[in-house]
Unconditional design. Structure first.
Length: 328
């Protein structure tokens, strides 16, 4: 392993002048900025790194050196230098990481502040940065919550508040599809019954697996990996079920609305036909009727002109005052 003794006790604390140029020109002023002063060795250590912390504070940490007992004693008496237990020798606590996880702090510009996480958590620089980013993301998500603990979510261009435990189903999942002309509520119900059966079998199997364990499984153990896989499979099945159930309801509502619309259309057509019948009856009732005395039959004037007209010989002359009444 390419590591050297620190020997701070011989040379004294590293002067600030050794870092002044890098602080001014290479580190930057934002919290979290870093500058690699000495390169690391892959899978061994991360080298020497300068890190900007909150406000103006910065630290210089080195994963490549192993402090001697005299160096540890010197660091205990010098505020700007820190040699935590395991410095330069303890492996990273990260999963499947073989690099050095505890560095020596060559310089801390604000030693009265709380010891940095880089020196306390036993992680190499790479793993520590990943953890910091994860925590930063979690804090950002918490910042998206309202005072009531609800989450803010953008939906169709609007900000809505969701319960922090809300599960969002964003469109059809793999193995499901949106309802349509060839996939309506009868077909959706068949698929929903299949998924419900799968969920029941998966839940029973996971319950039996947990019952076979005397204690909760250890993280990253074979049992944990198996249960994690069962959980993910069940979660996917339940999510598909919720989505199909929503599609089934939407399809059913659409079918009901279409049925109501069709019935209304039929009623309109029937009303139109009845109106035609009424109009025809009204036309017949409007025909003129000539009434006579009780012993006479009314003469209904037909529309056929040929049937109602009579022919008078041209050689017979009839005066108007001679025509009184036509009797049958």
């Amino acid at each position: 392993m390419d590591q050297t003794n620190l020997q701070l006790s011989a040379g004294g604390v590293l002067p600030f002048e050794d870092f002044a140029t890098d602080v001014e020109h290479n580190l930057g002023r934002a919290n979290g900025n870093c500058y690699h002063r000495k390169p690391g060795i892959p899978n061994v250590h991360d080298g020497q790194i300068m890190v900007r912390l909150k406000k103006k504070r910065f630290i210089v940490i080195d994963y490549s050196v192993v402090p001697a007992p005299a160096d540890i004693a010197f660091a205990n008496a010098t505020p700007h230098v820190k040699c935590p237990p395991g410095a330069g020798t303890q492996k990273c606590a990260g999963l499947n990481c073989s690099k050095i996880g505890v560095p020596v702090c060559l310089y801390d510009s604000e030693p009265e502040e709380t010891t940095s996480l880089y020196l306390r958590l036993g992680l190499c620089f790479t793993c520590q940065r990943r953890l910091n980013e994860k925590r930063r993301t979690q804090r950002k998500r918490k910042g998206d919550k309202t005072e009531d603990g609800l989450k803010k979510c953008r939906l169709n261009g609007q900000i809505i508040d969701l319960d922090p435990h809300a599960v969002i189903i964003n469109g059809p999942l793999e193995g499901t599809k949106h309802h349509g002309p060839d996939y309506e509520y009868p077909e959706i119900m068949e698929d929903l019954q299949k998924i419900t059966s799968e969920m029941g079998q998966g839940t029973t199997f996971m319950a039996a697996t947990m019952a076979s364990l005397a204690t909760p499984p250890q993280h990253n153990s074979a049992e944990y990996i198996e249960i994690e896989g069962l959980h993910n499979s069940l979660f996917t099945s339940f999510t598909k079920g919720f989505y199909l159930l929503s599609q089934w309801k939407t399809s059913l509502d659409t079918a009901m609305a279409n049925s109501v619309a069709e019935k209304a259309t039929e009623e309109v057509l029937e009303s139109a036909s009845m109106a035609d019948v009424v109009a025809s009856a009204a036309a017949v009732a409007a025909v003129q009727v000539v009434e006579g005395p009780d012993d006479q039959i009314p003469l209904v004037l037909a529309s056929d002109e040929k049937e109602t007209s009579s022919t008078i010989p041209p050689d017979i002359q009839i005066n108007d005052d001679e025509v009184e009444r036509v009797a049958i």
